[in-house]
Design a protein around this ligand. Structure first.
Ligand code: AR6
Length: 255
């Protein structure tokens, strides 16, 4: 059976023959190297990593992506705790369509904010899945609450993943239109709505990353985990979403 040891640059194993360095739009290794087709190694490659000199423009491109990724990563934080305690511009509520207090995080936010929040929410009417609405935060330390309604997980057949993406992108768009610079997200839909946590954290990090790549207004996005287990899952997703920052840069392309 053919052995494959990974790309010269990211040195990461990709069974599909693409280079992780170019995630989320990976390109075939044969194009990255410009020479070898790494998915079908030559006999002399057996049991050794093959190094070859990289065309200058490829190295330049990789450095460019690494720097771009680093700038986005600096704006992301993952913390364990209670979102209602955060003294930042906005916290996001994993709400229900009527925006009234429920269990889980929406109950905690409404309790801490006081009745003013519910009164304002009632005036806003229905908030559909994937959409977001904004209110003042009343007794909370934050200034604003962005309410977004995640999908109920039903096995993934009803566009749940796209709806969850919309929750993140619509919350971020709304934040920008209110001049919000620092905001915190909970793990939307992963409680009562039963969206699988690992899928949800991948979506959350990738959607926020995509957004921050295009936007310079938001300075900090905090992912708040209520439990240690969620924190660990977020950390794993972070590595996947920012491969260039978590994979050691080869010191030399030629041994
Ligand atoms: N701070 C941070 N995260 C929290 C907090 C908190 N104080 N409390 C819970 N979480 P859920 P959903 C986490 O059920 O799945 C409500 O009743 C929790 O551990 O609050 O989107 C609404 O009214 C979980 O990871 O929201 C809706 O009816 C995540 O927040 C429905 O539940 C989301 O859990 C929404 O369900």
């Amino acid at each position: 059976m053919n052995e494959y040891r990974g790309c010269n640059w990211c040195q990461h194993y990709r069974p599909d023959g693409t280079c992780l360095a170019f995630h989320p739009n990976p390109i075939p290794l044969s194009i990255v190297s410009g020479k070898l087709k790494h998915t079908e190694p030559l006999p002399k490659q057996k049991n050794q990593i093959v190094y070859e000199s990289a065309p200058t423009h490829i190295v330049y491109r990789l450095d460019f992506f690494r720097e771009q990724e680093r700038q986005v990563l600096e704006k992301i934080e993952i913390v364990e705790g209670d979102i209602t305690k955060l003294d930042i511009d906005a916290i996001v509520n994993a709400a229900n369509e009527s925006l009234i207090a429920g269990g889980g995080i929406s109950g905690a936010i409404h309790r801490a904010a006081g009745l003013g929040l519910e009164e304002e929410c009632l005036k806003l009417g229905i908030c559909h899945e994937g959409s977001a609405k904004i209110t003042r935060a009343y007794n909370l330390p934050a200034q604003w609450v962005i309410h977004t309604v995640g999908p109920v997980w039903e096995g993934g057949k009803y566009n749940e993943e796209q709806i969850l993406r919309n929750c993140y992108s619509n919350s971020l768009k709304l934040a920008i239109s209110y001049g919000i610079k620092t905001m915190a997200f909970p793990a939307i839909s992963t409680g009562m709505y039963e969206f699988p946590l690992d899928k949800a954290t991948d979506i959350a990090l990738n959607e926020v990353k995509l957004f921050l790549e295009q936007d310079n207004v938001i300075e900090k996005v905090i992912f708040v985990c209520f439990e240690r287990q969620a924190y660990d899952v977020y950390q794993e997703s972070l590595k996947q979403a920012f491969p260039l920052s978590y994979i050691a840069k080869p010191t030399s392309l030629m041994p």
